[in-house]
Design a protein around this ligand. Structure first.
Ligand SMILES: Cc1cc2nc3c(=O)[nH]c(=O)nc-3n(C[C@H](O)[C@H](O)[C@H](O)COP(=O)(O)OP(=O)(O)OC[C@H]3O[C@@H](n4cnc5c(N)ncnc54)[C@H](O)[C@@H]3O)c2cc1C
Ligand SMILES: NC(=O)c1ccc[n+]([C@@H]2O[C@H](COP(=O)([O-])OP(=O)(O)OC[C@H]3O[C@@H](n4cnc5c(N)ncnc54)[C@H](O)[C@@H]3O)[C@@H](O)[C@H]2O)c1
Length: 479
Protein backbone atom coordinates (compact mmCIF):
# COMPACT_ATOMS: atom_id res chain seq x y z
CA UNK A 1 0.00 0.00 0.00
CA UNK A 2 1.37 3.44 -0.88
CA UNK A 3 2.01 5.86 1.98
CA UNK A 4 0.98 9.49 1.79
CA UNK A 5 2.45 11.95 4.23
CA UNK A 6 0.44 14.95 2.87
CA UNK A 7 -2.83 13.54 4.24
CA UNK A 8 -1.69 14.70 7.69
CA UNK A 9 -1.48 18.36 6.69
CA UNK A 10 -5.12 19.51 6.44
CA UNK A 11 -4.29 23.17 5.68
CA UNK A 12 -2.88 22.18 2.28
CA UNK A 13 -6.30 21.14 1.02
CA UNK A 14 -9.49 22.89 -0.11
CA UNK A 15 -11.54 20.10 1.48
CA UNK A 16 -10.92 17.44 4.10
CA UNK A 17 -13.08 15.07 2.10
CA UNK A 18 -14.28 15.07 -1.51
CA UNK A 19 -16.91 12.49 -2.35
CA UNK A 20 -17.50 11.60 -6.00
CA UNK A 21 -21.10 10.42 -6.47
CA UNK A 22 -24.22 11.29 -4.45
CA UNK A 23 -25.86 7.86 -4.24
CA UNK A 24 -26.47 6.16 -0.88
CA UNK A 25 -22.73 5.49 -0.34
CA UNK A 26 -21.60 9.02 -1.21
CA UNK A 27 -24.36 10.75 0.77
CA UNK A 28 -23.62 8.92 3.99
CA UNK A 29 -19.85 9.34 3.64
CA UNK A 30 -20.31 13.10 3.16
CA UNK A 31 -22.73 13.55 6.05
CA UNK A 32 -20.70 11.38 8.44
CA UNK A 33 -17.59 13.47 7.74
CA UNK A 34 -19.52 16.75 7.99
CA UNK A 35 -20.97 15.70 11.37
CA UNK A 36 -17.39 15.25 12.57
CA UNK A 37 -16.80 18.91 11.68
CA UNK A 38 -14.82 18.43 8.47
CA UNK A 39 -14.97 20.47 5.24
CA UNK A 40 -16.75 18.26 2.73
CA UNK A 41 -17.71 18.49 -0.96
CA UNK A 42 -19.81 16.17 -3.11
CA UNK A 43 -19.33 16.00 -6.89
CA UNK A 44 -22.36 14.87 -8.87
CA UNK A 45 -23.74 15.30 -12.36
CA UNK A 46 -26.46 17.94 -12.58
CA UNK A 47 -29.42 15.61 -13.11
CA UNK A 48 -28.31 12.74 -10.91
CA UNK A 49 -28.59 14.07 -7.34
CA UNK A 50 -29.32 11.04 -5.14
CA UNK A 51 -27.49 8.71 -7.49
CA UNK A 52 -28.72 5.73 -9.43
CA UNK A 53 -30.64 4.76 -6.32
CA UNK A 54 -32.97 7.78 -6.51
CA UNK A 55 -33.02 8.37 -10.26
CA UNK A 56 -33.12 4.98 -11.99
CA UNK A 57 -32.64 2.18 -9.46
CA UNK A 58 -34.09 1.43 -6.05
CA UNK A 59 -36.54 4.32 -5.65
CA UNK A 60 -38.20 4.38 -9.10
CA UNK A 61 -38.46 0.58 -9.24
CA UNK A 62 -40.00 0.34 -5.78
CA UNK A 63 -42.38 3.22 -6.46
CA UNK A 64 -43.38 1.66 -9.76
CA UNK A 65 -44.12 -1.58 -7.90
CA UNK A 66 -46.31 0.33 -5.45
CA UNK A 67 -48.20 1.96 -8.34
CA UNK A 68 -48.63 -1.45 -10.02
CA UNK A 69 -49.88 -3.02 -6.78
CA UNK A 70 -52.38 -0.23 -6.25
CA UNK A 71 -53.69 0.24 -9.79
CA UNK A 72 -53.97 -3.46 -10.63
CA UNK A 73 -55.65 -4.18 -7.30
CA UNK A 74 -53.29 -7.15 -7.08
CA UNK A 75 -53.13 -7.24 -3.29
CA UNK A 76 -56.92 -7.20 -2.97
CA UNK A 77 -57.81 -10.00 -5.38
CA UNK A 78 -57.99 -12.72 -2.71
CA UNK A 79 -60.75 -10.63 -1.20
CA UNK A 80 -62.66 -9.23 -4.18
CA UNK A 81 -61.98 -11.80 -6.92
CA UNK A 82 -59.47 -12.31 -9.74
CA UNK A 83 -60.96 -9.61 -11.95
CA UNK A 84 -60.74 -6.84 -9.31
CA UNK A 85 -58.92 -3.74 -10.58
CA UNK A 86 -58.70 -0.13 -9.43
CA UNK A 87 -58.19 1.03 -13.04
CA UNK A 88 -58.88 -1.10 -16.08
CA UNK A 89 -56.68 0.60 -18.69
CA UNK A 90 -53.43 1.40 -16.90
CA UNK A 91 -51.13 3.70 -18.90
CA UNK A 92 -47.45 4.51 -18.44
CA UNK A 93 -48.56 8.03 -17.48
CA UNK A 94 -50.52 6.55 -14.55
CA UNK A 95 -47.49 4.54 -13.47
CA UNK A 96 -44.74 7.07 -13.97
CA UNK A 97 -46.62 10.02 -12.42
CA UNK A 98 -46.15 8.45 -9.00
CA UNK A 99 -42.53 7.55 -9.76
CA UNK A 100 -41.65 11.11 -10.83
CA UNK A 101 -43.34 12.54 -7.77
CA UNK A 102 -41.32 10.35 -5.39
CA UNK A 103 -38.04 10.91 -7.28
CA UNK A 104 -38.58 14.68 -7.06
CA UNK A 105 -39.20 14.53 -3.33
CA UNK A 106 -36.22 12.26 -2.68
CA UNK A 107 -33.88 14.54 -4.65
CA UNK A 108 -35.00 17.45 -2.49
CA UNK A 109 -34.44 15.44 0.71
CA UNK A 110 -30.91 14.45 -0.35
CA UNK A 111 -29.99 18.00 -1.39
CA UNK A 112 -31.42 19.53 1.78
CA UNK A 113 -29.63 17.03 4.03
CA UNK A 114 -26.30 17.75 2.38
CA UNK A 115 -26.74 21.52 2.46
CA UNK A 116 -27.90 21.72 6.08
CA UNK A 117 -24.78 19.76 7.03
CA UNK A 118 -22.70 22.37 5.13
CA UNK A 119 -21.61 19.93 2.45
CA UNK A 120 -20.78 21.83 -0.76
CA UNK A 121 -22.24 20.40 -3.96
CA UNK A 122 -20.29 20.68 -7.22
CA UNK A 123 -22.35 19.81 -10.29
CA UNK A 124 -20.40 18.04 -13.00
CA UNK A 125 -18.28 15.00 -13.77
CA UNK A 126 -15.38 14.43 -11.41
CA UNK A 127 -12.00 13.00 -12.35
CA UNK A 128 -8.55 12.69 -10.83
CA UNK A 129 -5.74 15.01 -11.90
CA UNK A 130 -3.41 13.44 -9.36
CA UNK A 131 -4.05 11.44 -6.17
CA UNK A 132 -5.09 14.58 -4.24
CA UNK A 133 -6.55 16.78 -6.99
CA UNK A 134 -10.08 16.44 -8.36
CA UNK A 135 -11.29 18.24 -11.47
CA UNK A 136 -15.00 18.88 -12.10
CA UNK A 137 -16.24 19.38 -15.65
CA UNK A 138 -19.69 20.98 -15.67
CA UNK A 139 -22.39 20.99 -18.40
CA UNK A 140 -21.13 24.33 -19.76
CA UNK A 141 -17.64 22.96 -20.26
CA UNK A 142 -16.17 24.81 -17.26
CA UNK A 143 -13.42 23.03 -15.32
CA UNK A 144 -12.80 23.55 -11.60
CA UNK A 145 -10.03 21.94 -9.59
CA UNK A 146 -9.63 21.45 -5.88
CA UNK A 147 -7.31 19.66 -3.53
CA UNK A 148 -8.74 16.92 -1.33
CA UNK A 149 -7.13 15.48 1.79
CA UNK A 150 -9.28 12.35 1.51
CA UNK A 151 -11.42 11.10 -1.39
CA UNK A 152 -14.36 8.68 -1.37
CA UNK A 153 -15.21 7.20 -4.77
CA UNK A 154 -18.94 6.38 -4.74
CA UNK A 155 -19.64 6.43 -8.46
CA UNK A 156 -21.92 3.41 -8.48
CA UNK A 157 -22.76 1.21 -11.43
CA UNK A 158 -24.59 1.17 -14.76
CA UNK A 159 -26.31 -1.64 -16.67
CA UNK A 160 -23.97 -4.00 -18.49
CA UNK A 161 -24.72 -3.87 -22.23
CA UNK A 162 -23.45 -6.76 -24.35
CA UNK A 163 -21.73 -5.55 -27.56
CA UNK A 164 -23.85 -7.93 -29.63
CA UNK A 165 -27.14 -6.19 -28.78
CA UNK A 166 -28.39 -2.91 -30.28
CA UNK A 167 -30.21 -0.90 -27.60
CA UNK A 168 -32.64 1.41 -29.39
CA UNK A 169 -34.26 2.78 -26.17
CA UNK A 170 -37.66 1.97 -27.65
CA UNK A 171 -38.00 -1.78 -28.11
CA UNK A 172 -34.67 -3.00 -26.72
CA UNK A 173 -33.93 -1.40 -23.37
CA UNK A 174 -32.05 -1.96 -20.13
CA UNK A 175 -33.26 -1.27 -16.57
CA UNK A 176 -32.76 2.49 -17.13
CA UNK A 177 -34.66 2.47 -20.44
CA UNK A 178 -37.59 0.53 -19.01
CA UNK A 179 -38.48 3.65 -17.01
CA UNK A 180 -38.97 5.59 -20.25
CA UNK A 181 -41.19 3.16 -22.19
CA UNK A 182 -43.99 4.97 -24.00
CA UNK A 183 -46.57 2.23 -23.35
CA UNK A 184 -47.13 -0.89 -21.33
CA UNK A 185 -46.02 -3.67 -23.73
CA UNK A 186 -48.29 -6.62 -24.51
CA UNK A 187 -45.31 -8.94 -24.47
CA UNK A 188 -41.80 -8.68 -23.08
CA UNK A 189 -38.62 -10.73 -22.96
CA UNK A 190 -36.51 -10.22 -19.84
CA UNK A 191 -32.89 -11.30 -20.31
CA UNK A 192 -31.29 -12.10 -16.94
CA UNK A 193 -33.14 -13.64 -14.02
CA UNK A 194 -31.19 -11.72 -11.37
CA UNK A 195 -32.99 -9.51 -8.85
CA UNK A 196 -33.57 -6.67 -11.31
CA UNK A 197 -34.95 -8.97 -14.01
CA UNK A 198 -37.32 -10.82 -11.71
CA UNK A 199 -38.56 -7.64 -10.00
CA UNK A 200 -39.45 -5.99 -13.31
CA UNK A 201 -40.83 -9.26 -14.71
CA UNK A 202 -43.26 -9.42 -11.74
CA UNK A 203 -44.39 -5.84 -12.25
CA UNK A 204 -45.06 -6.20 -15.97
CA UNK A 205 -46.72 -9.60 -15.48
CA UNK A 206 -49.03 -8.00 -12.90
CA UNK A 207 -49.88 -5.33 -15.49
CA UNK A 208 -50.93 -8.07 -17.91
CA UNK A 209 -47.82 -8.19 -20.09
CA UNK A 210 -46.90 -11.72 -21.30
CA UNK A 211 -43.36 -12.05 -19.96
CA UNK A 212 -40.66 -14.57 -20.92
CA UNK A 213 -37.66 -14.72 -18.59
CA UNK A 214 -34.39 -16.02 -20.05
CA UNK A 215 -31.26 -16.87 -18.09
CA UNK A 216 -28.25 -18.97 -18.94
CA UNK A 217 -28.18 -20.35 -15.41
CA UNK A 218 -30.46 -23.35 -14.84
CA UNK A 219 -31.88 -21.91 -11.61
CA UNK A 220 -32.82 -18.40 -10.49
CA UNK A 221 -32.31 -16.48 -7.24
CA UNK A 222 -29.98 -19.25 -6.03
CA UNK A 223 -29.21 -17.42 -2.80
CA UNK A 224 -32.84 -17.78 -1.66
CA UNK A 225 -34.63 -20.68 -0.02
CA UNK A 226 -35.63 -23.08 -2.86
CA UNK A 227 -39.17 -23.49 -1.47
CA UNK A 228 -39.63 -19.72 -1.58
CA UNK A 229 -38.32 -19.54 -5.16
CA UNK A 230 -40.72 -22.36 -6.14
CA UNK A 231 -43.62 -20.41 -4.63
CA UNK A 232 -42.57 -17.29 -6.54
CA UNK A 233 -42.33 -19.23 -9.80
CA UNK A 234 -45.79 -20.68 -9.20
CA UNK A 235 -47.20 -17.15 -8.74
CA UNK A 236 -45.40 -15.79 -11.78
CA UNK A 237 -46.56 -18.70 -13.94
CA UNK A 238 -50.07 -17.93 -12.76
CA UNK A 239 -49.55 -14.45 -14.24
CA UNK A 240 -48.56 -16.06 -17.59
CA UNK A 241 -44.80 -15.74 -17.12
CA UNK A 242 -42.72 -18.32 -19.06
CA UNK A 243 -39.27 -19.35 -17.92
CA UNK A 244 -36.44 -20.24 -20.28
CA UNK A 245 -33.73 -21.07 -17.76
CA UNK A 246 -30.49 -22.72 -18.85
CA UNK A 247 -30.81 -20.86 -22.18
CA UNK A 248 -28.45 -18.26 -23.57
CA UNK A 249 -29.37 -15.34 -25.81
CA UNK A 250 -27.54 -15.34 -29.15
CA UNK A 251 -28.93 -12.01 -30.34
CA UNK A 252 -31.93 -9.71 -30.59
CA UNK A 253 -33.43 -8.43 -33.86
CA UNK A 254 -35.77 -5.47 -33.79
CA UNK A 255 -38.05 -4.30 -36.57
CA UNK A 256 -41.16 -2.21 -37.15
CA UNK A 257 -43.46 -4.73 -35.46
CA UNK A 258 -41.34 -5.62 -32.47
CA UNK A 259 -38.41 -7.82 -31.51
CA UNK A 260 -37.26 -11.39 -31.99
CA UNK A 261 -34.87 -12.82 -29.40
CA UNK A 262 -32.73 -15.65 -30.77
CA UNK A 263 -31.50 -18.26 -28.33
CA UNK A 264 -28.31 -20.30 -28.73
CA UNK A 265 -30.56 -23.41 -28.68
CA UNK A 266 -32.23 -22.19 -31.90
CA UNK A 267 -35.51 -20.99 -30.34
CA UNK A 268 -36.94 -17.62 -31.30
CA UNK A 269 -39.18 -15.51 -29.08
CA UNK A 270 -41.24 -12.62 -30.43
CA UNK A 271 -42.06 -9.72 -28.09
CA UNK A 272 -42.95 -6.03 -28.20
CA UNK A 273 -40.06 -5.21 -25.87
CA UNK A 274 -36.82 -6.78 -24.68
CA UNK A 275 -35.40 -5.70 -21.33
CA UNK A 276 -31.80 -6.59 -20.58
CA UNK A 277 -30.91 -7.05 -16.92
CA UNK A 278 -27.78 -9.09 -17.38
CA UNK A 279 -25.68 -7.60 -14.60
CA UNK A 280 -24.10 -4.22 -13.92
CA UNK A 281 -20.65 -2.67 -14.14
CA UNK A 282 -18.81 -0.06 -12.09
CA UNK A 283 -18.93 3.56 -13.32
CA UNK A 284 -15.23 4.28 -13.39
CA UNK A 285 -14.72 5.24 -17.03
CA UNK A 286 -14.75 9.04 -16.45
CA UNK A 287 -12.66 9.06 -13.27
CA UNK A 288 -9.18 8.99 -14.88
CA UNK A 289 -8.17 6.50 -12.21
CA UNK A 290 -4.73 6.15 -13.75
CA UNK A 291 -3.97 9.79 -12.82
CA UNK A 292 -4.40 8.72 -9.21
CA UNK A 293 -2.36 5.54 -9.74
CA UNK A 294 -5.47 3.37 -9.43
CA UNK A 295 -7.21 0.93 -11.77
CA UNK A 296 -10.48 -0.93 -12.14
CA UNK A 297 -11.12 -4.53 -13.19
CA UNK A 298 -12.82 -5.59 -16.44
CA UNK A 299 -16.28 -4.92 -14.90
CA UNK A 300 -15.21 -1.42 -13.81
CA UNK A 301 -14.91 -2.37 -10.14
CA UNK A 302 -12.32 -0.97 -7.72
CA UNK A 303 -10.57 -3.23 -5.20
CA UNK A 304 -10.63 -2.14 -1.54
CA UNK A 305 -9.55 -3.59 1.81
CA UNK A 306 -11.85 -4.24 4.78
CA UNK A 307 -11.72 -0.49 5.64
CA UNK A 308 -12.84 0.43 2.08
CA UNK A 309 -9.35 1.84 1.31
CA UNK A 310 -7.93 1.53 -2.18
CA UNK A 311 -4.21 1.08 -2.79
CA UNK A 312 -3.85 4.73 -1.73
CA UNK A 313 -4.72 4.96 1.97
CA UNK A 314 -6.35 8.38 1.51
CA UNK A 315 -8.66 7.22 -1.33
CA UNK A 316 -11.64 5.09 -0.37
CA UNK A 317 -14.29 3.42 -2.54
CA UNK A 318 -17.77 2.32 -1.46
CA UNK A 319 -21.07 1.10 -2.91
CA UNK A 320 -21.67 -0.57 -6.25
CA UNK A 321 -18.27 0.48 -7.58
CA UNK A 322 -16.62 -2.07 -5.25
CA UNK A 323 -19.02 -4.85 -6.30
CA UNK A 324 -20.87 -7.36 -4.11
CA UNK A 325 -23.34 -7.00 -2.46
CA UNK A 326 -24.13 -3.83 -4.45
CA UNK A 327 -27.20 -2.75 -2.49
CA UNK A 328 -28.39 0.70 -1.46
CA UNK A 329 -28.71 -0.74 2.04
CA UNK A 330 -25.06 -1.80 2.32
CA UNK A 331 -23.66 1.14 0.33
CA UNK A 332 -24.93 3.61 2.96
CA UNK A 333 -23.07 1.88 5.78
CA UNK A 334 -19.94 1.46 3.70
CA UNK A 335 -19.94 5.22 3.06
CA UNK A 336 -20.39 6.05 6.74
CA UNK A 337 -17.61 3.64 7.76
CA UNK A 338 -15.21 4.92 5.09
CA UNK A 339 -15.58 8.45 6.48
CA UNK A 340 -14.98 7.23 10.03
CA UNK A 341 -11.91 5.26 8.96
CA UNK A 342 -10.51 8.31 7.15
CA UNK A 343 -10.80 10.51 10.22
CA UNK A 344 -9.87 7.82 12.76
CA UNK A 345 -13.31 7.95 14.33
CA UNK A 346 -13.91 4.72 16.27
CA UNK A 347 -16.67 2.64 14.67
CA UNK A 348 -17.64 -1.00 14.87
CA UNK A 349 -17.72 -3.35 11.89
CA UNK A 350 -21.14 -4.05 10.37
CA UNK A 351 -23.06 -6.90 11.99
CA UNK A 352 -22.55 -10.08 10.01
CA UNK A 353 -26.27 -10.93 9.71
CA UNK A 354 -27.54 -8.80 6.83
CA UNK A 355 -30.97 -9.01 5.22
CA UNK A 356 -31.79 -9.39 1.55
CA UNK A 357 -35.08 -7.94 0.31
CA UNK A 358 -36.41 -8.82 -3.14
CA UNK A 359 -39.39 -6.75 -4.21
CA UNK A 360 -41.02 -9.25 -6.50
CA UNK A 361 -44.79 -9.71 -6.43
CA UNK A 362 -45.13 -11.28 -3.83
CA UNK A 363 -42.02 -10.09 -2.05
CA UNK A 364 -39.20 -12.20 -0.62
CA UNK A 365 -36.82 -11.55 2.22
CA UNK A 366 -34.33 -13.54 4.23
CA UNK A 367 -31.37 -13.36 6.54
CA UNK A 368 -28.99 -15.93 7.94
CA UNK A 369 -28.42 -19.37 6.53
CA UNK A 370 -30.34 -21.59 4.12
CA UNK A 371 -31.31 -25.24 4.59
CA UNK A 372 -28.82 -26.18 1.90
CA UNK A 373 -25.92 -24.52 3.75
CA UNK A 374 -26.87 -26.04 7.09
CA UNK A 375 -27.16 -29.52 5.56
CA UNK A 376 -23.82 -29.13 3.80
CA UNK A 377 -22.16 -28.09 7.08
CA UNK A 378 -23.91 -30.89 9.03
CA UNK A 379 -25.57 -28.44 11.43
CA UNK A 380 -28.56 -30.12 13.09
CA UNK A 381 -31.61 -27.91 12.55
CA UNK A 382 -35.39 -27.98 12.66
CA UNK A 383 -37.81 -25.97 10.52
CA UNK A 384 -40.67 -23.95 12.01
CA UNK A 385 -43.29 -22.75 9.53
CA UNK A 386 -46.13 -20.24 9.75
CA UNK A 387 -48.57 -19.78 6.88
CA UNK A 388 -50.21 -16.39 6.50
CA UNK A 389 -53.59 -18.02 5.75
CA UNK A 390 -53.61 -19.29 9.34
CA UNK A 391 -52.91 -15.84 10.78
CA UNK A 392 -55.82 -13.52 11.41
CA UNK A 393 -53.85 -10.62 9.87
CA UNK A 394 -53.14 -12.77 6.80
CA UNK A 395 -56.88 -13.17 6.29
CA UNK A 396 -57.53 -9.47 6.91
CA UNK A 397 -54.97 -8.31 4.32
CA UNK A 398 -56.04 -11.02 1.89
CA UNK A 399 -52.71 -12.87 1.70
CA UNK A 400 -53.35 -16.62 1.57
CA UNK A 401 -49.98 -17.63 0.08
CA UNK A 402 -47.51 -15.96 2.46
CA UNK A 403 -45.14 -18.05 4.52
CA UNK A 404 -42.48 -17.53 7.18
CA UNK A 405 -39.89 -20.19 7.81
CA UNK A 406 -37.49 -20.29 10.77
CA UNK A 407 -34.40 -22.51 10.80
CA UNK A 408 -33.50 -23.43 14.38
CA UNK A 409 -30.50 -25.28 15.85
CA UNK A 410 -32.01 -28.40 17.42
CA UNK A 411 -29.55 -28.46 20.34
CA UNK A 412 -28.94 -24.81 21.19
CA UNK A 413 -32.36 -23.57 19.89
CA UNK A 414 -30.48 -20.67 18.30
CA UNK A 415 -32.17 -18.95 15.34
CA UNK A 416 -30.03 -19.71 12.27
CA UNK A 417 -32.11 -18.41 9.39
CA UNK A 418 -35.36 -16.60 8.52
CA UNK A 419 -36.99 -16.95 5.09
CA UNK A 420 -40.19 -15.07 4.27
CA UNK A 421 -42.45 -14.99 1.22
CA UNK A 422 -45.46 -12.68 1.10
CA UNK A 423 -46.83 -9.33 2.26
CA UNK A 424 -44.35 -7.16 4.20
CA UNK A 425 -41.61 -9.81 4.03
CA UNK A 426 -38.93 -7.13 3.63
CA UNK A 427 -40.02 -5.42 6.86
CA UNK A 428 -40.78 -8.54 8.89
CA UNK A 429 -37.32 -9.99 8.34
CA UNK A 430 -35.78 -7.46 10.71
CA UNK A 431 -37.35 -9.12 13.76
CA UNK A 432 -35.46 -12.33 13.02
CA UNK A 433 -32.35 -10.37 12.11
CA UNK A 434 -32.35 -8.64 15.53
CA UNK A 435 -32.74 -11.95 17.37
CA UNK A 436 -29.96 -13.52 15.33
CA UNK A 437 -27.61 -10.57 15.75
CA UNK A 438 -28.03 -10.90 19.54
CA UNK A 439 -27.38 -14.65 19.34
CA UNK A 440 -30.97 -15.21 20.50
CA UNK A 441 -32.94 -18.44 20.63
CA UNK A 442 -36.52 -19.16 19.59
CA UNK A 443 -37.40 -19.20 23.28
CA UNK A 444 -37.52 -15.41 23.07
CA UNK A 445 -40.35 -15.72 20.54
CA UNK A 446 -42.16 -18.42 22.54
CA UNK A 447 -41.95 -16.38 25.76
CA UNK A 448 -42.88 -13.01 24.24
CA UNK A 449 -46.38 -11.60 23.75
CA UNK A 450 -46.78 -10.06 20.27
CA UNK A 451 -49.51 -7.71 19.07
CA UNK A 452 -52.56 -9.46 17.62
CA UNK A 453 -53.63 -9.53 14.85
CA UNK A 454 -50.30 -8.85 13.10
CA UNK A 455 -48.13 -10.55 10.51
CA UNK A 456 -45.35 -10.55 13.15
CA UNK A 457 -47.37 -13.24 14.87
CA UNK A 458 -45.96 -15.53 12.17
CA UNK A 459 -42.72 -15.58 14.20
CA UNK A 460 -44.55 -16.91 17.25
CA UNK A 461 -46.42 -19.55 15.25
CA UNK A 462 -43.23 -20.70 13.51
CA UNK A 463 -41.26 -20.73 16.78
CA UNK A 464 -43.94 -22.90 18.42
CA UNK A 465 -43.93 -25.19 15.38
CA UNK A 466 -40.15 -25.67 15.63
CA UNK A 467 -40.39 -26.18 19.39
CA UNK A 468 -43.07 -28.86 18.95
CA UNK A 469 -40.93 -30.70 16.41
CA UNK A 470 -37.83 -30.56 18.63
CA UNK A 471 -39.92 -31.76 21.59
CA UNK A 472 -41.37 -34.62 19.50
CA UNK A 473 -37.87 -35.87 18.62
CA UNK A 474 -36.91 -35.79 22.32
CA UNK A 475 -40.12 -37.61 23.35
CA UNK A 476 -39.91 -40.24 20.61
CA UNK A 477 -36.27 -40.85 21.54
CA UNK A 478 -37.19 -41.80 25.13
CA UNK A 479 -36.73 -45.47 25.80
C1 LIG B 1 -33.51 -1.34 -10.92
C2 LIG B 1 -32.75 -1.39 -9.62
C3 LIG B 1 -33.41 -1.69 -8.45
C4 LIG B 1 -32.72 -1.74 -7.24
N1 LIG B 1 -33.39 -2.04 -6.09
C5 LIG B 1 -32.73 -2.08 -4.90
C6 LIG B 1 -33.43 -2.33 -3.68
O1 LIG B 1 -34.64 -2.55 -3.68
N2 LIG B 1 -32.75 -2.32 -2.53
C7 LIG B 1 -31.40 -2.06 -2.49
O2 LIG B 1 -30.82 -2.06 -1.38
N3 LIG B 1 -30.70 -1.82 -3.63
C8 LIG B 1 -31.34 -1.83 -4.82
N4 LIG B 1 -30.66 -1.56 -5.98
C9 LIG B 1 -29.22 -1.30 -5.91
C10 LIG B 1 -28.93 0.15 -5.48
O3 LIG B 1 -29.62 1.08 -6.29
C11 LIG B 1 -27.45 0.39 -5.57
O4 LIG B 1 -26.79 -0.60 -4.81
C12 LIG B 1 -27.08 1.76 -5.03
O5 LIG B 1 -27.69 2.78 -5.76
C13 LIG B 1 -25.56 1.96 -5.06
O6 LIG B 1 -25.26 3.16 -4.45
P1 LIG B 1 -23.90 3.93 -4.70
O7 LIG B 1 -23.68 4.79 -3.52
O8 LIG B 1 -22.84 2.97 -5.09
O9 LIG B 1 -24.17 4.93 -5.91
P2 LIG B 1 -25.24 5.05 -7.07
O10 LIG B 1 -26.63 5.09 -6.53
O11 LIG B 1 -24.95 4.02 -8.10
O12 LIG B 1 -24.91 6.49 -7.63
C14 LIG B 1 -23.64 6.81 -8.12
C15 LIG B 1 -23.64 8.24 -8.58
O13 LIG B 1 -22.32 8.60 -8.95
C16 LIG B 1 -22.40 9.51 -10.02
N5 LIG B 1 -21.12 9.49 -10.77
C17 LIG B 1 -20.57 8.45 -11.42
N6 LIG B 1 -19.40 8.82 -11.96
C18 LIG B 1 -19.23 10.12 -11.64
C19 LIG B 1 -18.22 11.07 -11.89
N7 LIG B 1 -17.12 10.76 -12.57
N8 LIG B 1 -18.38 12.34 -11.41
C20 LIG B 1 -19.48 12.67 -10.70
N9 LIG B 1 -20.45 11.81 -10.41
C21 LIG B 1 -20.33 10.55 -10.87
C22 LIG B 1 -23.54 9.02 -10.88
O14 LIG B 1 -24.06 10.10 -11.66
C23 LIG B 1 -24.51 8.52 -9.81
O15 LIG B 1 -25.45 9.51 -9.51
C24 LIG B 1 -31.33 -1.49 -7.22
C25 LIG B 1 -30.65 -1.17 -8.40
C26 LIG B 1 -31.35 -1.12 -9.59
C27 LIG B 1 -30.61 -0.76 -10.84
N1 LIG C 1 -34.15 -5.69 -4.12
C1 LIG C 1 -32.83 -5.52 -4.22
O1 LIG C 1 -32.11 -5.54 -3.25
C2 LIG C 1 -32.22 -5.27 -5.57
C3 LIG C 1 -33.05 -5.03 -6.65
C4 LIG C 1 -32.47 -4.85 -7.88
C5 LIG C 1 -31.09 -4.86 -8.02
N2 LIG C 1 -30.31 -5.10 -6.98
C6 LIG C 1 -28.83 -5.19 -7.17
O2 LIG C 1 -28.47 -4.94 -8.52
C7 LIG C 1 -27.45 -5.86 -8.92
C8 LIG C 1 -27.58 -6.21 -10.40
O3 LIG C 1 -28.73 -7.02 -10.64
P1 LIG C 1 -28.94 -7.83 -12.00
O4 LIG C 1 -30.20 -8.55 -11.85
O5 LIG C 1 -28.79 -6.95 -13.19
O6 LIG C 1 -27.63 -8.71 -12.11
P2 LIG C 1 -27.23 -10.22 -11.76
O7 LIG C 1 -25.79 -10.29 -12.11
O8 LIG C 1 -27.66 -10.58 -10.42
O9 LIG C 1 -28.09 -11.11 -12.76
C9 LIG C 1 -27.85 -11.12 -14.13
C10 LIG C 1 -28.35 -12.43 -14.71
O10 LIG C 1 -28.30 -12.34 -16.11
C11 LIG C 1 -27.90 -13.60 -16.63
N3 LIG C 1 -27.36 -13.41 -18.00
C12 LIG C 1 -26.30 -12.64 -18.34
N4 LIG C 1 -26.10 -12.71 -19.69
C13 LIG C 1 -27.06 -13.52 -20.22
C14 LIG C 1 -27.38 -13.96 -21.55
N5 LIG C 1 -26.70 -13.56 -22.62
N6 LIG C 1 -28.42 -14.80 -21.74
C15 LIG C 1 -29.13 -15.21 -20.66
N7 LIG C 1 -28.88 -14.80 -19.38
C16 LIG C 1 -27.86 -13.97 -19.15
C17 LIG C 1 -26.90 -14.11 -15.62
O11 LIG C 1 -26.80 -15.52 -15.67
C18 LIG C 1 -27.51 -13.63 -14.30
O12 LIG C 1 -28.35 -14.60 -13.71
C19 LIG C 1 -27.57 -7.06 -8.04
O13 LIG C 1 -26.29 -7.48 -7.64
C20 LIG C 1 -28.37 -6.59 -6.85
O14 LIG C 1 -27.55 -6.54 -5.70
C21 LIG C 1 -30.86 -5.31 -5.74
Amino acid sequence: MATDERADEPERYDYDLVVIGSGPGGQKAAIAAAKLGHRVAVVERRHMMGGVSVNSGTIPSKTLREAVMYLTGMAQRDMYGASYRVKSDITVEDLFARTQHVIGREIEVVRAQLLRNHVEIHNGTGSFVDPHTIEVLDDDGRRTRFAARFVVIATGSKPHRPDTVQFDERTVVDSDGVLALDRVPNSMVVVGAGIIGIEYASMFAALGTRVTIIDKRPTMLEMCDPEVVESLKFHLRDLSVSFRLGEEVAGVDSGAHGTVTRLVSGKKIAADTVMYSAGRQGQTHALQLEAAGLSADSRGRIKVDSDYRTEHPHIFAVGDVIGFPALAATSMDQGRLAAYRAFDEPARELASVQPIGIYTIPEISYCGRTEEELTRDAVPYEVGIARYRELARGQIVGDSYGMLKLLVHTETRELLGVHIFGTSATDLVHIGQAIMACGGTIDYLVDTVLNYPTLSEAYKVAALDATNKIRAVARFSEI
